[in-house]
Design a protein around this ligand. Structure first.
Ligand code: NAD
Length: 482
């Protein structure tokens, strides 16, 4: 049985105040271990540790921080296969995807290690002789970072990388549903020799932890990835302490498929993207608007490719889609499928929870879905997808932009003018045309509108952990000399 514990002030945390929660394997629904939930004394110890860690880490040069981060990258890469297995066990995604996530996490940390040496300020042209003016970039302070269960390595890795590169200490709270993977990411930094106190890891009751940490004067910045509803609660807490926040919240990404593409090829490409991680991806392509001329062919090809996906345990060879991460998601999918049918859409694939153990739900596709249907408005966050037809570019853009979300948006076309119309007109933090790889370590990852604000990754991901200080100095003149 596995056992996940918090890591506070350089030690794996033990206390009589700890309670325990089972860690469930999504493919079977069985417990594979337990996670310790920290008590209030542990959270206070983590805060004191982060305050102390900030004083140590801020004094390191960018080159020293980068060297340590690269060491952690090498360790992560060397442990890729064993960590991937843990991830599949506790989260459900196919083993190859889990290994890919570890590799991407390492790439993100490595890229941000390079940025650690480039936190440039600037010198201004002075208006007064003998007075210099400089703009400095300094680490913001101890960070509280909250992560979800869908990318149990990548989300912690992005937050740790940005904070450490900038010179911040942090307290990381991963999801208690996928604690084993995050602990391995943290362990890579510990084993790389990160000074004690710089990176603290806590698992606990989410509301209690976030209120305790965000309410503390020690924390100067919060970073959260999760639902818009929880993000709004955390922003309320942050506002009371005037704390900076990066919010990676929900999305409901539109995909505009224009009639100049091959509908069969486009559908195959879209199916691979949509059902990655069983659709539990905030940037997942989730609302398909297909131009009338190719609509019927696209729906048929999409349903055929979705129906052919091999669903099973992520540990089994050949599995293309694993179970959902928890029972809540399966219930949410069953309810959404029921509602979509009742709202008059045409089911063309899947739709019913299979018998047997585990949190499985099949790839499910609905055609002829009205914009008023719940599935066209609520983020599905699972393997269920609505398709509708459109006539003109203007209409497609208007329908794509009608939701409060604005994380990712996609378009498929061979036409330069349609591609330009999509990249100009789509209201989203990330627009992806003719492919679905929406982010890389060097690109800013983030949304607009209710999908949040701020970015992770790219130079913006470093900026998120820096504050600006303007320093002006007069060289000592005759009047200042003794
Ligand atoms: P949820 O809203 O209860 O939780 C989402 C995440 O936030 C979880 O990791 C949870 O531990 C954490 N959380 C919840 N309350 C918190 C609090 N008060 N303080 C700190 N963290 C808190 O929902 P859920 O059932 O776990 O997930 C379902 C929904 O969450 C999905 O529909 C999706 O919209 C959203 N989600 C988004 C992402 C993302 O990458 N943006 C990831 C996971 C879940």
């Amino acid at each position: 049985m596995h056992h996940a514990r918090s890591h506070v002030a350089g030690q794996w945390y033990e206390s009589a105040g700890i309670t325990r929660q089972p860690i469930l394997e999504p493919a079977t629904g069985q417990a594979i271990g337990e996670v310790d939930l920290i008590d209030a004394a542990g959270l206070d110890a983590a805060l004191a540790s982060a305050a102390c860690g900030f004083e140590v880490w801020r004094r390191k040069t960018g080159y020293e921080r980068a060297a340590l981060m690269r060491e952690a990258v090498a360790i992560l890469r060397s442990r890729k296969d064993e960590i991937a297995r843990l991830m599949t066990l506790e989260q459900g995604k196919p083993l190859a995807d889990a290994a890919g996530e570890i590799a991407t996490s390492a790439d993100n940390i490595e890229w941000m290690a390079e940025e650690a040496t480039r936190a440039y300020g600037r010198l201004l042209v002075p208006r007064t002789p003998g007075v210099s003016q400089a703009v400095r970039r300094e680490p913001i302070g101890p960070v509280a970072a909250f992560c979800p269960w869908n990318f149990p390595a990548l989300t912690p890795a992005r937050k740790i990388a940005g904070a450490l590169a900038a010179g911040c200490s942090l307290i990381l709270k991963p999801s208690e549903e996928t604690p084993l993977t995050a602990a391995e990411v943290v362990r890579a930094f510990i084993d790389a020799g990160l000074p004690a106190h710089v990176l603290n890891l806590v698992y606990g009751a989410p509301r209690q932890v976030s209120e305790h940490l965000i309410g503390s004067d020690v924390i100067r910045k919060i970073s959260f990835t999760g639902s818009t509803a929880v993000g709004k609660q955390l922003l309320g807490l942050a506002a009371q302490g005037v704390k900076r926040a990066t919010m990676e919240l929900g999305g409901h990404a539109p995909v505009l498929v224009f009639d100049d593409v091959d509908p069969v090829q486009a559908a195959k490409q879209a199916v691979a993207a949509k059902f990655r991680n069983a659709g539990q991806v905030c940037t997942s392509p989730t609302r398909f608007y297909v131009q009338e001329g190719i609509y019927a062919k696209f729906v048929d090809a999409f349903a055929e490719a979705a129906g052919a996906l091999r669903v099973g345990s992520g540990l089994a060879a050949g599995t293309q889609m694993g179970p959902l991460a928890n029972e809540r998601r399966v219930e949410a999918m069953a309810a959404l499928a029921r509602d979509t049918r009742a709202e008059g859409a045409r089911l063309v694939c899947g739709g019913e929870r299979p018998a047997g153990a585990g949190y499985f739900f099949p790839p499910t596709v609905f055609a002829d879905v009205q914009d008023s249907a719940r599935i066209m408005n609520d983020e599905p966050f699972g393997p269920i997808v609505p398709i509708a037809s459109f006539s003109t570019t203007e209409e497609a853009l208007q329908r794509a932009n009608r939701l409060p979300y604005g994380l990712a948006a996609y378009a498929m076309t061979r036409s330069l003018s349609r591609a330009a119309a999509a990249s100009d007109g789509l209201e989203a933090g990330m627009v992806c045309i003719n492919h679905f790889t929406v982010s890389t370590p060097s690109s800013p990852f983030g949304g607009v509108k209710d999908s949040g604000y701020g970015s992770e990754g790219g130079m913006e991901g470093l900026d998120a952990y820096l504050v600006t200080k303007s320093v002006t100095q007069r060289s000592a003149g005759a009047d200042l000399e003794p």
